[in-house]
Ligand binder design. Structure first.
Ligand code: ZN
Length: 145
């Protein structure tokens, strides 16, 4: 038996365990039956949604705190999407729009955006203010996967 991959359903937020050998069969969410996004494209969560996710996720969760007016956030976005795709099943990557959802950013005393945070087992294990890309971005997440 190969290690199952973990995917968060973009529709209902449910966590799905999918055996790698079944990934090619167009898997659907066990809870809401919507197709699983195998590219694990990062979605925007609100504060409550993020709190639920980091508490329940069996894999590390990387959060990109961003805002629409932030130039470096825009530059970073495609790199975050690419990172999520490459770590699909082994980590969950999500975003928080800090203009719309300020509670978590406030609690973490986030001063500048973009800020990246990795949660593991419900706790913060890494925090990085400012955009990092390429091998540096990879290493930031890889250290905790
Ligand atoms: Zn679902």
């Amino acid at each position: 038996m190969s290690k199952p991959l973990l995917f968060r359903c973009n529709q209902c937020g449910g966590i799905n365990r999918i055996p790698p050998e079944r990934l090619g069969e167009g898997p659907v969410c066990g809870r809401c039956r919507q197709p699983i996004d195998r590219a694990a494209t990062p979605v925007d969560l609100d504060d409550a949604g993020l709190a639920r996710l980091v508490k329940s996720s069996p894999v590390p969760v990387l959060v990109d705190f961003w805002a629409a007016w932030c130039g470096p956030c825009k530059m970073l976005a495609p790199h975050i999407t690419d990172l999520a795709r490459r770590y699909a099943g082994r980590a969950i990557v999500v975003k928080i729009n800090t203009d719309m959802h300020q509670q978590t950013a406030g609690a973490l005393a986030i001063q500048s955006i973009p800020t990246l945070v990795v949660y593991k087992g419900g706790k913060i294990v890494a925090k990085q203010a400012g955009a990092v890309m390429g091998p540096q971005l990879d290493a930031f997440l890889a250290a905790h996967v």
